[in-house]
Design a binder for this molecule. Structure first.
Ligand SMILES: C[S@@+](CC[C@H](N)C(=O)[O-])C[C@H]1O[C@@H](n2cnc3c(N)ncnc32)[C@H](O)[C@@H]1O
Length: 432
């Protein structure tokens, strides 16, 4: 790993581990929430440009009051990042943590480093079992580079979690020089970036990372993306579940919305849907007693695309190969032009899941009747997936100092190049 980066990562990792030990020590509080609050207060302080207030004051109660003040200010500027604003730690305990964190500047570190820490923190609390791991960032970047989002595209991730796809899409548009001023950045985030997720904690991490990426005003909303208006209308929503749908949000916030231009997503691999009101509202669910959740996500995403809109979706390998999913594949060929499939290595999603996955790239057909019987599809299999058998990133040996994409030992660059060449030869155009 590049020296500068490994130093940053090493320092910050040990800082975070120390913080975790300190917060946990005798506090009995939710470690995620308390560390999250400390980081938000620290980031707000660093961003304020004022003399530091996140430091030890002459008494623990004064230190507590300063941190509390920072959190209230952050909460006003970055709504919905925090749930409880006041630290739950005692003033004495909080002061010990502040003493450790105050010596470091966390805004100077790559977003990537904080992203990694949030993943570590979230993974300790809930996810794995519920399919709530972060998508490896080099896989996210591969999807973005394949689909080349532009300033004009309205971009969606309906299972956005920590917003990895949305942040990388935003950075891609930015890198191409299309967002020059802060006002342009803000306008783009407010109108073009859309993420939905069921999990409140992952969404809050997503909002915090969005703030760090440059703008906290993307649309990151908690709802069940699989819920369709017809399912709510016919059957009402299940007990206690919000009946807000993506359509409700689009109707009120997006004018003349005909669907999303780009969808980038990694739905959860685990789990089945058995709720009748949901199953009956899907072509692929009708008449079934249960169905795998990612199948419904696939149909939902195709439905949410505008005609000619494009999508990258990470799906487990059985969806591409198993006889049991032949009907789903037929359905897909009727609704979309399948552009390509990229097979990922077995280690890619370790340590969270051993399941082998591939990325499907499609473009929604203008009209289902236009489906052609025969056309070429791009296929690639990654032979270097950038992870070892323990799920740790494998690094290139050339000492490059650049971003994770350039440091991690993968073969995705060749795949992106070959895909764009394929698209050129086949008259498939987007992102120009
Ligand atoms: C594999 S994770 C996606 C991770 C995300 N790409 C990231 O990098 O953080 C799948 C996400 O789907 C969310 N999810 C599961 N069922 C959902 C539903 N019905 N509606 C919305 N989100 C859902 C989970 O909460 C989880 O955050």
């Amino acid at each position: 790993m590049a020296k500068r980066h490994s130093d940053q990562l090493g320092n910050l990792e040990s800082l975070f581990l120390r913080l975790e030990e300190l917060v946990l020590a005798n506090s009995g509080e939710d470690e995620f929430e308390e560390i999250f609050k400390l980081l938000i207060a620290k980031l707000w302080d660093e961003r304020s440009g004022q003399p530091p207030r996140f430091r030890l004051w002459d008494s623990d109660s004064k230190t507590f009051a300063q941190v509390s003040g920072l959190l209230h200010e952050a909460n006003k500027a970055w709504p919905e990042v925090l749930i409880a604003i006041e630290p739950a730690l005692t003033p004495e305990h909080l002061a010990v943590c502040v003493g450790v964190l105050a010596r470091h500047r966390i805004s100077d570190n790559d977003l990537e480093v904080l992203d990694g820490f949030f993943e570590f923190l979230v993974s300790k609390s809930a996810k794995g079992a519920k399919g709530q791991y972060f998508t490896p960032r080099h896989v996210v970047e591969l999807c973005v580079r394949m689909l080349r989002p532009t300033l004009d595209d309205t971009i969606l991730d309906p299972a956005c979690g920590s917003s990895g796809f949305l942040i990388h899409a935003l950075n891609y548009v930015r890198r191409n020089g299309e967002l020059r001023t802060h006002a342009e950045l803000r306008k783009f985030c407010e109108s073009k970036i859309w993420g939905f997720d069921l999990d409140a904690r992952a969404l809050r991490v997503g909002r915090a990372l969005m703030v760090l990426a440059g703008d906290g005003n993307a649309n990151l909303i908690r709802l069940n993306s699989l819920l369709k208006p017809d399912a709510v209308g016919m059957f009402g929503s299940a007990d206690g579940e919000s009946s807000l749908t993506i359509e409700d949000v689009c109707r009120t916030r997006l004018r003349r919305h005909r669907g999303f231009d780009v969808i980038l997503t990694n739905p959860p691999f685990a789990g089945e849907v058995r709720e009748k009101h949901l199953l009956e509202s899907y072509d692929l669910g009708k008449g079934q007693g249960r169905i795998e959740r990612d199948v419904l996500f696939l149909e939902r995403c195709v439905q949410l695309l505008r005609p000619r809109g494009r999508m990258a979706i990470v799906l487990p390998h059985n969806k591409y190969a198993a006889n049991a999913f032949a009907d789903e594949r037929t359905w897909l060929f009727e609704k979309t032009r399948v552009l390509g499939v990229v097979g990922l290595g077995r280690n890619t999603f370790l340590p969270h899941t051993h399941q082998k996955a591939s990325i499907l790239f499609v473009q929604k057909l203008e009209n289902a009747l236009l489906a052609k019987d025969d056309y070429d599809i791009f296929f690639a299999i990654s032979e270097r997936d950038g992870k070892n058998s323990k799920g740790q990133p494998t690094m290139r040996t050339d000492g490059s100092e650049a971003e994770a994409w350039d440091r991690i030992d993968h073969d995705f660059d060749q795949i992106v190049g070959a895909f764009h060449e394929f698209c050129g030869k086949n008259g498939i155009m987007f992102g120009e």
